[in-house]
Design a protein around this ligand. Structure first.
Ligand code: ATP
Length: 378
């Protein structure tokens, strides 16, 4: 059974001294003027579900100005299980707990998954490969704690290697860090390739439904070792997908060869150029790169399709519908795309929507929702 959020408490988090929302149902609409704290609530819920924030803030930015520590808590239940997820932030430490017992972030991944959709996500197609890699990794991290741990390990290895290259360390040192990079990087590439393979049919199907007109969307994931570092201008149509399924041995071999072949370049540039930080993800609509040629509407349809596909993959893999967090996106979508998004919202998909304007919602939806006007009366 799907866990859903029953109540939320925020203490000294962002603009809130204390905020309690109780008796939370399937659909909550948070409405209020600019800067009233709508996104702060969404961010708090994301930190308690996906265990991350789309704003990528420091702890200092999240603790209310003037306070020493912040507390976030959610009571979640599926009718059988009653769970309290808590997060405490102080200094440089972020500490999660479940029913009062300290937990590592990795232990809680996937417990109450969520899909967040904010105006920044509209850059998923327009933006760089890095934006798309981050989106894929954020999904993978919720689905599989090992994906998350490998990603964190890889970030550390890469940081260390960059330091060594900057300091012009000896070849022996670079060889030994490359060994680690190959082990961790090959695993990360395999996780990415296999998640991508699951995601793509869902994205393509949803794009077809949203865009209509028989347009075909192709998505390609190309690991870094294929033809060197990817340029953003390369066409998705040219970027052949990784041979599926990508095995760890094949990934290791390809990474090793690419590292050996580009050692001189890495030395000259004094930074790592080979590794999953160079993987490319691209979209093509009817054979044309969506980043370069897609209309604004087409790009938005791809993003929406990607988000709905994320929700579908989470449900498929975790047997649980994710909480949907829609931060101020209704105003960014036209009527048809709004309708596509709203059609996904149902009683069994717990949804939080923020908006400055209720005019974007039809009456049927509003009457099914709990509308919370912010700021709350004291
Ligand atoms: N650490 C913090 N301490 C105190 N206030 C903070 C902190 N972080 C953010 N804020 C305040 O929170 C407010 C922004 O809140 P939020 O982003 O949730 O607004 P919003 O209602 O989503 O606005 P908009 O509709 O403009 O997007 C700002 O006024 C900001 O100063």
């Amino acid at each position: 059974m799907t866990l859903s959020i029953q109540s939320i408490e925020l203490r000294d988090f962002r603009s809130y001294g204390r905020l309690c929302l109780e008796g939370i149902g399937p659909l909550t609409v948070l409405v209020g003027p600019n800067a009233v704290g709508k996104t702060n609530i969404v961010e708090g819920i994301q930190l308690l579900t996906a265990l991350t924030s789309f704003r990528h803030p420091t702890i200092e930015q999240m603790v209310r100005r003037g306070a020493e520590r912040a507390f976030l808590g959610a009571h979640v239940s599926d009718g059988n299980r009653e769970l309290d997820v808590e997060l405490r932030m102080e200094g440089h430490a972020k500490r999660y707990a479940l029913n009062g017992k300290a937990k590592r972030t990795a232990d809680l991944k996937g417990l109450v998954p969520s899909v967040t959709f904010t105006p920044d996500d509209l850059d998923l197609v327009k933006g760089s490969h890095g934006t798309r890699r981050k989106a894929l990794d954020a999904l993978g991290s919720q689905l599989n704690a090992n994906y998350y741990l490998i990603l964190k390990d890889y970030e550390k290895v890469l940081q260390y290697k960059n330091r060594l290259l900057k300091e012009e360390a000896s070849d022996v040192m670079i060889d030994s860090i490359d060994e680690m990079l190959v082990t961790v990087g090959a695993q990360l590439a395999c996780y990415r390739a296999s998640l991508f393979e699951r995601l793509v049919p869902q994205v393509a199907r949803r794009y077809g439904e949203i865009a209509g007109r028989g347009e075909a969307l192709a998505c390609a994931y190309r690991p870094c070792w294929e033809a060197g570092a990817p340029a953003a201008s390369e066409s998705a149509a040219d970027a052949a997908p990784a041979l599926a399924p990508l095995t760890r041995d094949a990934a290791r071999e390809a990474l090793e060869a690419a590292l050996a072949g580009r050692r001189a370049e890495e030395r000259a540039r004094r930074r790592a150029v080979v590794g999953p930080q160079g993987d490319a993800i691209a979209f093509a609509i009817d054979g044309m790169d969506a980043t370069l040629y897609g209309s604004q509407g087409q790009q938005r349809s791809v993003v929406l399709a990607w988000k709905l596909a994320e929700a579908a993959v989470i449900e498929e893999m975790l047997d649980q519908k994710p909480v949907l967090l829609l931060d101020d996106v209704m105003s960014e979508l036209d009527e048809a795309r709004r309708a596509a998004l709203v059609s996904y919202i149902s009683d069994d998909v717990q949804t939080f929507i923020t908006t400055a304007n209720l005019a974007y919602f039809d009456q049927a939806m509003l009457s099914a929702a709990r509308v919370i006007q912010l700021p709350l009366a004291e």
